[in-house]
Design a protein around this ligand. Structure first.
Ligand SMILES: [Zn+2]
Length: 102
């Protein structure tokens, strides 16, 4: 389960910053992006007021206000299918002409 996808499914825009992604933390009144996502580790943490962080499971627990068990169940089921099935940025829509690759 990609943490970045789950975070974006919560409506948080992520901006690449080196190997990390930055976004506004939804767990405190954030005006300066203090939410750091590390895709390579699938971990997140907030450098701002709330100092929260953890794995994708911790994220779902906080954003959905559910127990650990429930968060795992959400992730095992089709969590945020709309976001997970969204086309990757830059991908061609179905039916578009194939790109010319030499
Ligand atoms: Zn925060």
């Amino acid at each position: 389960m990609s943490l970045a996808r789950v975070v974006e499914a919560a409506g948080i825009a992520l901006t690449p910053h080196g190997k990390d992604l930055l976004g506004l933390c939804p767990f405190h009144a954030d005006h300066d992006p203090s939410l750091v996502i590390t895709p390579s580790k699938n971990l997140w943490h907030c450098l701002g007021a709330c100092q929260r962080g953890g794995s994708v499971i911790d994220w779902v627990m906080l954003i959905e206000a559910v127990s650990f068990q429930h968060a795992v169940e959400l992730l095992l089921s089709d969590y945020a299918p709309a976001a997970l099935h969204a086309p990757v940025a830059g991908a061609l829509p179905p039916g578009a002409p194939a790109p010319c690759i030499p």
